[in-house]
Design a protein around this ligand. Structure first.
Ligand code: OAD
Length: 253
């Protein structure tokens, strides 16, 4: 299937001449790697309330239950590989060194695809944080020998190094995300329902700063009315087409 890029084409020359690109991604970008989204049928929240699994209160009440859910998610991610959407974004970064991906995903697949300019806004399933001293460490590649895992130095409980509901995003990551979307000429919003703040407000920040927005998502989201163009297709189809269009132009110039 070919993707009609006519709404985006006029902006490709300025991107190739060095104006920054920002890309905001969500769970939809990892669907083609076999990972579930959060919302909708078969989503991670189906049959769960986020506050039972992804809050400090839930963890304090039942760390085993929370860790079992994260161990299950880590097992899915362990078997997942970057798909054509992640790979196309890494290709776009090589063509446009001033591009930044801001992701809400905690699966590490953008990094595995070779993305360098990356802000992982919601943290990473591949790291733990000590609940006592805040030390952040890589999680083991396989399952933890015991659930809940404990800090190897002080034996306090470890938690996943992810952002839970009700928690502030790490200041440095939020600032990097805001800078990326305020400075960019074009923002691609890919595979996110755009309903979880503050990440969802980044599209508004970009629009207010004069960026052109494009949505890549098979379904319409609240970002659509702000967008100059929408691509109602999968992340891999649209991003492959964009990477091809950029490399075609780069080769001709
Ligand atoms: P959602 O599950 O809310 O939305 C996933 C989006 O991906 C939907 O809009 C789908 O239409 C779209 N989608 C599905 N398949 C796709 C494909 N092949 N290509 C492109 N898009 C596709 O996931 P997020 O928006 O990422 O936060 O959710 C945001 C945050 O809510 C998550 O980071 C998580 C969650 O609660 C925390 O845990 C803090």
């Amino acid at each position: 299937m070919s993707v009609d890029l006519s709404s985006l084409e006029p902006y490709l020359p300025e991107l190739l001449s060095g104006r920054p690109l920002a890309v905001l991604t969500g769970a939809g970008v990892s669907v083609e790697s076999g990972l579930p989204t959060f919302r909708g049928p078969g989503g991670l929240w189906e049959g769960h309330r986020p506050e039972e699994l992804a809050t400090q209160d839930a963890f304090t009440k039942d760390p085993v239950k929370v860790w079992r859910w994260y161990e299950w998610r880590r097992s899915l991610v362990r078997d997942a590989r970057p798909n054509d959407a992640h790979l196309a974004l890494a290709r776009i970064e090589r063509l446009l060194p001033r591009s930044t991906v801001v992701t809400q995903n905690v699966d590490g697949l953008h990094r595995a695809a070779g993305q360098h300019n990356l802000v992982e806004l919601h943290g990473s399933l591949h790291r733990t944080r000590c609940t006592q001293d805040g030390a952040v460490r890589p999680a083991p590649p396989g399952p933890f020998p015991q659930i809940p895992p404990r800090c190897p130095t002080c034996t306090a409980l470890l938690r996943p190094d992810v952002v839970w509901f009700g928690e502030r995003l790490p200041e440095k990551d939020w600032r990097a995300a805001e800078t990326a979307v305020s400075d960019c000429a074009v923002l691609l919003v890919v595979g996110t329902s755009s309903v979880v703040a503050p990440a969802s407000t980044l599209a508004l920040v970009a629009a207010r700063s004069g960026a052109r927005l494009f949505e890549i998502n098979p379904e319409a989201t609240p970002v659509a009315p702000l967008a100059e163009g929408v691509f109602r297709t999968t992340a891999s189809e649209a991003l492959r087409a964009i990477a091809d269009a950029l490399s075609g132009r780069a080769a001709r110039s």
